[in-house]
Design a protein around this ligand. Structure first.
Ligand code: CA
Ligand code: CA
Ligand code: CA
Length: 225
């Protein structure tokens, strides 16, 4: 190998090394709807956990999967979900998570279509079971500073994977697209994915239970001394 060839090879190897070790969450900041998301498209909710539609949202306005990913509203009914009066939607971040910023900046942003945001209660959770109220979005307010809700149980630096949106039943719109119309939900304060999601916790829980069972058996079958 010639010297220049070797230098080029070493350069490529170094570049490959850094590409391999760089975390996935180092995407550059991207503005969506005028809001800057440091993690880019990864910032947005990835999965529908559950949807309990309220009254007066009917197809194609009641497809919860349209609230997943980056905002894509283009006038089409297949780009947002209408919650219906009092409807509740639970979304999950799987390749990122929501966290605190350590200051009063907005951490979470709810993209609702149309002019005013219809009043919607917002709760966050680490496990999809125990919820913390972080107030509501409505009127001209679409962003939430979750640091402001430590009194409700928000812990600084905790990574939250679940967001629940509940229409406040203000009935500002009726059939076929009643309730808040959600295009997307994004974490401005986006952190790495939480690996110990409930599914995997369940598995490790099972493994621990099995271990306990075999330990008890071992103790019982040990000869008395
Ligand atoms: Ca995401
Ligand atoms: Ca904040
Ligand atoms: Ca959408």
């Amino acid at each position: 190998m010639s010297v220049s060839c070797y230098v080029r090879f070493r350069g490529l190897a170094v570049a490959a090394f850094f590409l391999a070790v760089l975390p996935a969450g180092t995407a550059s900041a991207v503005p969506f709807g005028g809001v800057e998301f440091p993690d880019g498209a990864v910032s947005f909710a990835d999965q529908v956990v559950s949807f309990a539609p309220g009254a007066n949202t009917v197809p194609p306005h009641n497809d919860a999967s349209t609230a997943i990913g980056a905002p894509d509203y283009d006038g089409g009914a297949d780009t947002y979900v209408s919650l219906g009066w009092g409807g509740a939607l639970v979304l999950r971040f799987t390749d990122n998570s929501l966290t605190t910023s350590g200051n009063a900046d907005d951490d979470l942003w709810v993209f609702e279509i149309g002019g005013a945001v219809e009043p919607t209660d917002v709760d966050i959770s680490t496990d999809g079971i125990n919820w913390i109220s972080v107030g509501f979005v409505g009127g001209a307010t679409a962003g939430i500073d979750i640091d402001a809700f430590t009194a409700n149980g928000v812990a600084i630096g905790t990574q939250y994977s679940f967001v629940r949106l509940t229409d406040r039943d203000a009935r500002l719109s009726g059939s076929p697209y009643a309730g808040a119309d959600i295009d997307a939900v994004g974490a401005i304060s986006s952190a790495a994915a939480v690996l110990s999601a409930p599914g995997t916790l369940g598995l490790s829980g099972l493994a621990l239970a099995a271990l306990g069972f075999f330990r008890r058996r071992a103790v019982r079958s040990a000869p008395a001394s």
